[in-house]
Design a protein around this ligand. Sequence first.
Ligand code: ZN
Length: 299
Amino acid sequence: MRLGVLADRLVLINGETAVDIERASNGRFPAEPAQLFDTWESLAEWAATVEPDAERLPLNHLQNPVPAPRQVFGIGANYRDHVEEAAAAAGVTVSLPEAPLIFTKFRSSLSGPYDAIGLPSRNVDWEVELVVVMGLRAERVTEQDAWRYVAGLTVGQDISERALQLAGPAPQFSMGKSFPGFGPMGPVLVTPDELDDPDDLEIGCVLNDRVMQKGRTSEMVFSVAELIARISAVCPLLPGDAIFTGTPAGVGAFRKPPVFLKPGDTLVSWVKGIGELRNPVTAGHGYAEGDSTRQEVKS
Ligand code: ZN
């Protein structure tokens, strides 16, 4: 099943067209994206029976398929090559985390697959990520059972303001990654059964036609199942919750010289088998072209 949101209504995606779920089901299933998970367990069964003559809508402007998760988790340092590039930039030896580094992206940062990224400063970086969306409440689940609780996967960008993220006596990941528009998601939510191997997907991003990141989700330090087990040991995961699972190597801050987003850029992010985000970059509140950067990022 491939699900999306068009004109603020839930749709079932079939190739290049979509079917309005509420209308095609005569009201059995909701139109409201926030209610997607209320009837999650019976949705797939119904989706397989949609009439071929149901009204077909063009996919002209898909929105964030999961705009209202109650909790959003982010994972830092979850790909070996990203840990290595960070260690090289800092001049320290590589040490993989023994437990996942977990933060939140506050919900107001989430945005759609084609929305603009408004820059608050000149230190804004990209991080393409696989995003896991929960379908059922998961509390203290085992790694072996974890995938049963997953609704689907989507593509995300964990846009990061590096100066704020790293300022102060302890890093401020949650704030540095939560400006408005810093969490593009989409274009669709894909159930795991649609993918040959949901633990091994090609992931990457392109900035202005230059490939900046390219990896495979099988290279995660902590797999999707392990992350669900570790997080749900502390926080019950609720239907609709999203987990940004970390980024592979190739972010801007660790390049020599560092590269950050600037107005006029286009950032394209993909996970093979799911789809791509295409986000234009604009000058946001606080960004002044030509100003000297007030806070330089150390890298
Ligand atoms: Zn990230």
